[in-house]
Design a protein around this ligand. Structure first.
Ligand SMILES: Nc1ncnc2c1ncn2[C@@H]1O[C@H](COP(=O)(O)OP(=O)(O)OP(=O)(O)O)[C@@H](O)[C@H]1O
Ligand SMILES: [Mg+2]
Length: 738
């Protein structure tokens, strides 16, 4: 896949994309040409690819084939994109039915140019007949519904055809299962009583045919269930991930990964319930509906007994629902906690091992396991009750009716019909299954409700606002201003930033210093739109940050943190990070700029060297330089380095710092560092203290006038003035603590 000349790589934007963007702008929306994907094998953007692009940006879009006369009716609502034979496009902006003229605008023409009036002859010479209609999508809620049982049922119901086929198959199977007992009855009552070979052969033939059909239908039904399940599974998984990945970072910072994974995993339970128990029970109930009339036809008294027994079983199970649910909730809670411990131990295994925390982790794990065990046992105990109480009824249904029948035969002097008795017993077996299934269904329903709640808890959180659609997408020069910005993290009282005001000219570098917890990272987080509930104004090139499209904003930033996550894959893949339209050359260029080139080339497979999970085959410095290369690949106007070199050895740090000047060219850079020596060359240094700006200025100026900065500097550079300190070696490392 590649971008169509309009992506991050620069170059003129394809006229078809331009036309789409102009049409979208009419609705106040911005389409990002960097997000457009050409279908493999295409050379020009096709109508389908274009409308998909708009749909991905949360617009309503349809690709159509139109005729000349249709054009007059589509113009009323807004611009329509017309695709031309030569691969370009025009924007249909209006029409005049009387004069039989439409107005078309060339997307490459300057904005001030009026649209060109065109008649049928001229348009049909160039127009392919393809058009794309666009609207701002007002039904966005529908496209992104909250995750509820109702929505899930809607999902299942969408497979209407498969469901219908399944119901028909089930109904037929039910009918077919009733027939064998009836045949058995005939065999006993007629064949044996009258020694009729002819009847036996006839019945055998019928049985053979029936078995054949039942086999066939059973096969079809199972196939439908499998296909249905797979389809629903796929839709569900796509939807779930789509929501999960759009949750704000804030959420992930507050919830352990294990908990989130467990909760989201509960969806599988729901899915299994819907395509499993729910479906079978519904199908069983169909059987019941077909079956009951037959039972009453065979023997009304016995049919009543069966019905009463089955209903009692159902009621017993229902009675235990509430206590079972209560305990089940506790099981779930205990399991969630246990999983959180597991996930935490695995993700933090380096720390666990290096601090020899295994015994503590094990103790914690044992405790959680015991808790789960306790509640599981409770659950088992309480669910044992309904199962126990139900047994006599089940047995009575089976053997009791035999006795009752015998009694009836004795007292009422009826002829004891072995055949009909057998038929009855075979059929009555099938009555309790659907009813018990129904009761279990209600029981499961509770479980599912709670599983659904677990999943919904994660998935129904507010998503990051309109990251795909709204907002402007300016081309940044990189000037940043904070005006009176105050920000408090949710759940805390003391503001992390307190009336922060400063500005950074485009293309300059800003160093951020201050004690641990002074708000340095918070400044960079606000800039990236990770936290948005600040007061005051934050502007990039004069545009309010809140007005800027979030995805555009973030892709304009390159960010390198102290600890960067590298994905499994080759070094080249990691640097490109799946961005369309970029090649190995781009990766090499970025690696060179980041000072990573020399070590990559020394790797056994160069850029194709595979990085395992957790990148054990790279040193910290190498990982860091890869992260810098990855941040530079899109040539971002703004670059944030938050303690990017803090964990590096002096040699790697010197290497990265030596490259900083080259990296900084043409960008606005924010460098957070504890080591003041690496900030000396910054155009300005911002000194923060408990969320407040203490001073801002170049190194030399700050050294003169800012007491805090001077203290920090002196602490770190005592070795330069040996007479002033007796703890020269300790001071620089101790400073990092709070
Ligand atoms: N996600 C968060 N939730 C709640 N409070 C937070 C969060 N992140 C930071 N804080 C608080 O905000 C304040 C500023 O934190 P910030 O991370 O900006 O400090 P910093 O200057 O980057 O520190 P360091 O040098 O240790 O990285 C701290 O008091 C911290 O406790
Ligand atoms: Mg920080």
């Amino acid at each position: 896949m590649s971008s169509a000349g309009g992506g991050a790589g620069g170059g003129p934007i394809h006229p078809r994309l331009l036309a789409m963007m102009m049409a979208a702008r009419y609705y106040g929306l911005e389409l990002d040409p960097g997000e457009f994907r050409l279908e493999p094998g295409d050379t020009v953007p096709t109508a389908a690819a274009l409308s998909k692009w708009a749909q991905n940006s949360a617009m309503w879009a349809r690709a159509l084939r139109l005729r000349w006369k249709h054009l007059f009716s589509v113009t009323g609502a807004g611009p329509v994109v017309l695709l031309f034979n030569d691969g370009s496009a025009g924007l249909l902006t209006g029409s005049n039915v009387e004069t039989k003229i439409v107005f078309v605008r060339d997307p490459r023409a300057p904005d001030a140019d009026p649209p060109i009036p065109v008649d049928e002859m001229r348009l049909m010479e160039v127009w392919s007949g393809e058009a794309i209609l666009l609207r701002a999508d007002r039904s966005q809620n529908e496209a992104d519904p909250p995750f509820t049982l109702r929505w899930l049922f809607g999902l299942v119901m969408k497979q209407r055809k498969a469901l219908r086929d399944m119901l028909i198959a089930s109904f037929c199977i039910s009918m077919l299962t009733i027939i064998p007992p009836l045949i058995a009855m005939q065999v006993f009552d007629r064949v044996i009583a009258h020694h009729s070979y002819a009847t036996l052969f006839f019945i055998s033939a019928v049985v053979a045919i029936l078995i054949f059909y039942e086999t066939l239908l059973g096969y079809a039904r199972r196939l439908i269930i499998v296909v249905l399940g797979a389809r629903i599974d796929a839709t569900l998984n796509i939807h779930v991930f789509n929501r999960l990945i759009r949750l704000p970072l804030d959420y992930f910072e507050r919830h352990p990964a294990g908990e989130t994974m467990y909760r989201v995993g509960q969806i599988n339970a729901v899915r299994q319930f819907i395509t499993g128990r729910l479906m079978t029970t519904i199908l069983d109930l169909i059987t019941l509906g077909v079956l009951l009339p037959f039972l009453f036809y065979l023997n009304a008294t016995l049919a009543w007994i069966v019905l009463v027994c089955a209903t009692s079983i159902m009621l017993i199970i229902l009675a235990f629902l509430r206590p079972v649910r209560l305990i089940f909730g506790k099981v779930i809670r205990a399991e969630t906690e246990r999983n959180a411990v597991l996930a935490e131990s695995i993700f933090g295994i380096r720390t666990v091992k290096s601090l020899a925390l295994e015994p503590q982790r094990k103790a914690l794990w044992d405790e959680k396991v015991a808790e789960v065990g306790k509640w599981r046992a409770e659950l088992g105990k309480i669910s044992n009750w309904p199962q126990t109480l139900v047994t006599p009824f089940e047995r009575f249904m089976w053997i009791g009716i035999l006795l009752v029948n015998a009694y009836l035969a004795l007292t009422e002097g009826q002829a004891y019909q072995v055949g009909s008795m057998m038929a009855f017993m075979m059929l009555s077996q099938r009555v309790s299954a659907p009813l018990v299934g129904l009761a279990r269904l209600v029981e499961d329903w509770e479980e599912i409700g709670s599983a659904m709640g677990q999943a919904g808890e994660v998935l129904n959180r507010p998503l990051e606002l309109d990251s795909a659609s709204g907002g402007i997408r300016p081309k940044f020069a990189g000037a940043v201003t904070f005006e009176d910005v105050t920000f408090t993290y949710p759940g805390t009282k003391i503001p992390a930033l307190d009336r922060v005001t400063f500005s950074v000219p485009a293309g300059s570098t800003l160093g951020l210093v201050g004690r641990s917890g002074s708000g340095k990272s918070t400044v960079t987080r606000l800039l990236q739109g990770i936290n948005r509930e600040y007061s005051g104004f934050l502007k990039i090139d004069g545009a309010d940050l809140r007005e800027i499209n979030l995805r555009h904003l973030r892709s304009s930033f390159g960010v390198v943190l102290q600890d960067n996550f590298l994905f499994r894959g080759s070094i080249r893949e990691n640097i490109l990070a799946g961005r369309p339209g970029l090649t190995l050359e781009d990766a090499i260029r970025a690696a060179r700029l980041a000072g990573a080139e020399e070590f990559i080339e020394r790797m056994p497979n160069g850029y194709e060297t595979y990085i395992e999970e957790g990148s054990p085959n790279l040193s910290g410095g190498q990982r860091q330089r890869l992260a810098i290369a990855r941040a530079l690949i899109t040539d971002p106007r703004l670059l944030i380095l938050d303690e990017a070199t803090s964990a590096l050895d002096p040699e790697s740090e010197a290497l990265v710092n030596a490259n900083l000047n080259r990296i900084a060219r043409g960008r606005t850079m924010f460098i957070v560092s504890h080591r003041l020596s690496s900030l000396v060359d910054c155009d300005n240094i911002l000194v923060l203290e408990r969320g407040k700006v203490m001073d801002i200025g170049p190194h030399a100026v700050l050294l003169e006038r800012c007491a805090i900065y001077r203290t920090l500097w002196n602490q770190q550079n005592r070795h330069l003035h040996p007479e002033s300190s007796g703890h020269a070696a300790l001071a620089p490392t101790l400073l990092q603590g709070n």
